[in-house]
Write a protein that binds this ligand. Sequence first.
Ligand SMILES: [Zn+2]
Length: 282
Amino acid sequence: MNRQRTAAVRAETGTASDRATGLEAARGAFAPSMNRFGAFTLIELLVVIAIIAILAAMLLPALARAKEAGHRIACANDLRQIGLAAGMYADDNNSFYPERTTGGTTGSRWPDRLLPIYREMRLLRCPNDAPQPPQTGVSGTNGYAGDSVPRSYIINGWNDYLQQQIDVELGREVSNAELMNMILGRAMRQDAVDQPSETVLFGEKDSPSPHYYMDFLEGAVGNEISELDQGKHSNPIKNSRGGGSNCQFADGSMRFVRFGKAFLPENLWATTPKWRSTVLKF
Ligand SMILES: [Zn+2]
């Protein structure tokens, strides 16, 4: 140790060659201590990286689940506002929900009709419909602000109830093909929903779907069930049919409904006894 210190001193004070020799020796004196305390060996580095990787693997799924839970709650709050707006609309209109239209000269559809009550168009969008905005219909929307913005939700088309009503009025059974034209301009009555706490008023639609109304009797029976996203809020890790979606019920309540449970054991989108008990494919 003394020899090294002397060499360092000689490097400070001696001739050029003394300095060179002294610096070499001094470097030799400090290098081992740098290796020992100032730097990691490769093994140590790998161990640290492995520990970080294990911690990240443990934490990331928990973070993803927490984020998804936040989205589900935000979505439920937004949809509840829209459901309450529909209820208030019915209260002000002799119990009628907004009538069915195709936009344009037939009048605006439900998102625009209810807009003065729920007010914020951003409520129409579920946080899980990101980063791509969800689709909405493009026909007859001009001039109707609420109808033309990205929308995650779809209203019950009340197909079975209106079909039964039209059957009685006409004294015959109308076909599904006729039904879609015949229900234009008609509205569902809030007080005609027999089981409001078990009947879906609004559900979550498939993001690319432009549909406003869920019609399970348009053409083939049950065809528009495919417009729904029954697993919109799934476990982000598994991302399977194990998730569910938010459903706003006609009594104003909000429930998270597991995939398929809106149709089994009972069709919660139907109001007539016949169709509530009919098992539909989804
Ligand atoms: Zn949602």
